[in-house]
Design a protein around this ligand. Structure first.
Ligand SMILES: C[S@@+](CC[C@H](N)C(=O)[O-])C[C@H]1O[C@@H](n2cnc3c(N)ncnc32)[C@H](O)[C@@H]1O
Length: 413
């Protein structure tokens, strides 16, 4: 077990202090020849520690006079508390193992500090977070943004962000002993299990996809022989769903990155359906657009991912407030490109997995100001909030991810 803790601490260090992408670090550090149970245990510990890092560190930091300079030691302390609070490991185990990890990582000097700090932190049953960052386990800029965007819901959103995410699937057949979504056809919530070796998954009749993400294809409601563009398509979750709803459509799936486009091919192969996968930049039409306009476009735009942080826990450490400006510029450029390649009377669905208004309703307001040929088609779902433009599924609403949708029509001249 010590070995799992050592690798988990190194991975968490890379994410929290070096701002690395968690999946990439998993790929680098967890080689294929490791046993699946070993990898799952490492991943579970990383998720628990990273998800709650901002509170875990505050908890032990209240027991030291000076913050240790060594950041790996900070991670070892936080990870030990994560094991105690979120994995129900006994006190003596987490303290001894944390010291063992320090020794194995050649930090013998820290063993005394780790022992004393953890014992004191675990004894303190009256821990009170020092500030909002520790209380809500999000960076301060993120908390401020949510307070300003969602004065009534900001705490609910952060509480949902700090939970383990449920497993939602899209299924062609009813799944017994699963919870069916009350209004999204084909969406089922199931008890966590390894889905990728499941027969239904392998044969393509079942796909992993959050219920709120499943709304996209239902809103677009593909009709026979329509020409449709999925403008930001990888890994192809919504591409596959559109084809499942109607396989007579002619579907172009565009993706900027070649390695991500491969995922679309893999997904389509698994579900045995076909799209025309194009590697290209949605903002540079001259590179790939052949001149035949689309009846419908899905623009599932690159975004801050603030609505899916319960799944992508590393996003809390990667994103900075300054990033939002660049993200929003790309979103606006993609919207403008989409506007130009849609037929008159065509439909454009703008979507993000974000809860920040700047990327959502405000983005559409800006777009409509410069594109008077478009008007909004109002969407109505009892689980979503109606915004000035479009709808917002708040993270945790009916246990779904945070998602934004705005459905637009290009008016005929
Ligand atoms: C939110 S994800 C799409 C998820 C996908 N629709 C699904 O349901 O599986 C956004 C995707 O857009 C891609 N992307 C980013 N900038 C792009 C651009 N300028 N043109 C095309 N794709 C882009 C990203 O690489 C990423 O794969």
């Amino acid at each position: 077990m010590s070995k799992q803790r050592i690798i988990a601490a190194q991975i968490t260090y890379e994410v929290v202090f070096k701002k690395q992408n968690l999946h990439e670090v998993f790929n680098q550090r967890l080689s294929d020849n490791l046993a699946p149970e070993f990898k799952s245990a490492v991943k579970a510990l990383c998720y628990d520690t990273i998800r709650h890092y901002l509170q875990l560190q505050d908890c032990w930091q209240q027991c030291v006079k000076k913050l240790p300079k060594d950041k790996l030691v900070r991670v070892i302390l936080s990870q030990a508390l994560a094991e105690f609070y979120y994995q129900q490991k006994p006190e003596h185990v987490v303290v001894n193992e944390a010291a063992n990890v320090a020794k194995k990582l050649k930090k013998n000097w820290a063993c005394g500090l780790i022992n004393a700090t953890l014992r004191q932190a675990l004894k303190n049953k009256n821990y009170r977070p020092s500030d909002e960052v520790a209380q809500y386990e999000h960076p301060q800029w993120w908390i401020d943004q949510l307070k300003s965007d969602w004065p009534n819901d900001w705490q609910t959103i952060m509480q949902a962000n700090n939970q383990k995410p449920p497993l939602w699937v899209r299924s062609k057949k009813p799944i017994e002993c699963a919870q069916k979504h009350p209004s999204i056809e084909g969406a089922y919530k199931i008890e966590a299990q390894i889905i990728t070796s499941n027969d239904a998954f392998l044969s393509g009749s079942l796909s992993v996809q959050d219920a709120s993400a499943q709304l996209a294809a239902h809103i677009l409601n593909p009709q026979d022989n329509e020409r449709i563009l999925d403008m930001c398509a990888a890994p192809g979750g919504k591409t596959g769903h559109l084809l499942e709803l109607n396989n007579t459509i002619s579907l172009d799936a565009l993706e900027l990155y070649e390695n991500r486009a491969k995922k679309i091919h893999e997904n389509l192969q698994r579900i045995k359906l076909k799209a025309n996968v194009i590697v290209g930049d949605g903002t540079k039409l001259e590179e790939w657009f052949k001149g035949e306009k689309y009846d419908k476009i899905l623009l599932d735009a690159p975004c801050s991912a603030s609505g899916i942080v319960r799944r992508q826990v590393d996003v809390k450490f990667q994103r900075k407030l300054e990033d939002l400006g660049a993200i929003c510029r790309t979103q606006q450029e993609l919207l403008s490109s989409a506007a130009g390649i849609l037929t008159d009377g065509g439909r454009l669905l703008y979507a993000t997995c974000s809860v920040f208004k700047q990327e959502n309703s405000q983005q559409i307001k800006l777009f409509l100001n410069s594109h008077p040929e478009f008007s909004e088609i109002k969407l109505k779902y009892n689980f979503a909030i109606n915004c000035e433009f479009g709808i917002q599924v708040i993270t945790g609403s009916q246990d779904m991810d945070g998602f934004y949708y705005c459905y637009l029509k290009k008016n005929e001249h």
